[in-house]
Ligand binder design. Structure first.
Ligand code: FPP
Length: 232
């Protein structure tokens, strides 16, 4: 979050990350995939701890896509377990540090106890003013756009503004920078509408190895990019 006196010099208010490469990180070390995910959560924790120092207001993370249900039952259970553990262990720190939690995507189909934990965390962090962590859960951008277009149509007019106002991200600042780790170069149904004018940044670093210094590197590159939003 920017300190009083204005926005951070790099100008990025909203950064999103496709956290990729947990499995490959584990494989390289002959470890189970679950260990890669556990280390991935540690990377999340470190970034959230440093968020305020970066001047970024909103960090949006792709934690579970609507396509991730195709993974093995065991891996899905591992990821749900990690989310439970993450909320339990980190919620007090979020509250103490003024970090607001937001969810994008339809998390209502998650196990009832997890839904309850998420709702409790949302309520207890709602007053956070030092930065927002938006977590994408059961999120798919095409599905989000369809939902938003239906809401716009129900409101009478399908315009870009009406769709935008009905997206899950409607209350967040425009997306400035979208990062994907692990060397994959695609958007995988993440924030397709929101990325229309975002800068894209791809790095070979595997997600468990991604640190605050890597985020700062991406922000420095962002600061040097010329954004024209379609103009000259
Ligand atoms: C991609 O690695 C990562 C995921 C599908 C899940 C990301 C989730 C976490 C880091 C943990 C949960 C997050 C929070 C906020 C508690 P991959 O398994 O696709 O890696 P691979 O492509 O190398 O196999």
């Amino acid at each position: 979050m920017a300190e009083k006196g204005g926005p951070a010099a790099h100008g990025a208010r909203h950064v999103a990350i496709i956290m990729d490469g947990n499995g490959r990180w584990a494989k390289k070390r002959f470890l189970p995939r679950a260990v890669g995910h556990t280390r991935g959560v540690e990377a999340v924790r470190n970034l959230v701890r440093g968020l305020r120092s970066t001047g970024v207001e909103v960090l949006t993370l792709y934690a579970f896509s609507s396509e991730n249900w195709r993974r093995s039952e065991e891996e899905i259970q591992d990821l749900m377990g990690l989310m439970r553990h993450f909320i339990r262990s980190d919620l007090p720190e979020f509250i103490a540090n003024g970090i607001r939690l937001r969810i994008i995507g339809d998390y209502s189909i998650f196990p009832a106890d997890l839904v309850e934990m998420i709702e409790d965390a949302l309520a207890r962090t709602a007053g956070g003013r030092n930065g927002t962590l938006a977590v994408a859960l059961n999120y798919g951008s095409q599905q989000e756009i369809v939902r938003a277009a239906k809401a716009a149509a129900a409101g009478g007019e399908i315009t870009a503004e009406a769709i935008e106002a009905a997206l899950d991200t409607a209350d967040l600042p425009p997306l400035d920078l979208l990062i994907r780790t692990s060397g994959e170069v695609r958007l995988s149904n993440f924030l397709l509408w929101q990325a229309a004018y975002a800068e894209l940044y791809f790095t070979d670093v595997l997600w468990p190895d991604f640190t605050l210094a890597h985020l700062e590197e991406a922000l420095a590159e962002f600061a040097g990019r010329e954004r024209r939003f379609g103009g000259r």
